[in-house]
Design a protein around this ligand. Sequence first.
Ligand SMILES: C[S@@+](CC[C@H](N)C(=O)[O-])C[C@H]1O[C@@H](n2cnc3c(N)ncnc32)[C@H](O)[C@@H]1O
Length: 256
Amino acid sequence: MVRGLKRTLYRAARNLRHPRRLVEARRIRAEVAGFLGGDAVLRGYERELEASGLRNHLLEKGREHAAAVGGSGHSLGAIGYAEGGYLYAIYRHVTPAVAVETGVANGFSTAFALLALQRNGGGRLHSVDLPREVGRDYEADTFYEGEGRAGIPSGAEPGWLIPPELKERWTLALGRTQDELPPLLDRLGTIDSFMHDSEHSFECMWFEFNEAWPHLRDGGLLLSDDVNSTEAFPRFAGEQGRKPVRLARGMALLQK
Ligand SMILES: C[S@@+](CC[C@H](N)C(=O)[O-])C[C@H]1O[C@@H](n2cnc3c(N)ncnc32)[C@H](O)[C@@H]1O
């Protein structure tokens, strides 16, 4: 109760400081609601998410992460909670039987996707991740040099913060998406959704979108974080003649 009130007051103060951001956030919310078929549908999924307790779980794990990696210059590298809520609503709405994603790190966005699959009562999420463990030395060219600073605590597995009971619908392939994604997609055949959140270079994003798209069923979704970091997403949307639906300033989806 007190925490909820604090959050409301914090948001109100932030909105007063950044009125343009508030307008943009409202527009994005309207786009998501429009995609789902109305604000009431979105609110229904948001209520479900709140009742799940995932928010408090993630807050607690976020604090554990900060304590474990604090001062290293690494972060959770995660999408925001509002975007996580939109992601949850979208996975609930499209009820994917076969979902694929790249970029897990600590598992923040993956947790929202898996919670949705659990509530759907069906579906499997296949993820690919090349984790960066804080404090470990890597060859100079292991990670794209423009890569963000998402890091997992020393000795942890990618997705360590996902509630264990959600992991039964999850398969994780460790390695570079450039190596792991094509054989995974060939094995799966047709997929219902694909989400990019791994290496945000133009080459990698372009590669992933072009690999995933032919495997998506008609009506399937291609989602991406960091859509503004390179030309890849807008160019791909243009080539496919699809209008993006935004989920955040830097996150959007295309429907095939
Ligand atoms: C931005 S983080 C993912 C954040 C996560 N989706 C979330 O919201 O919590 C990007 C992840 O992709 C990994 N990564 C970087 N380059 C990669 C590559 N070439 N192939 C696969 N994963 C990669 C990073 O190490 C990191 O674990």
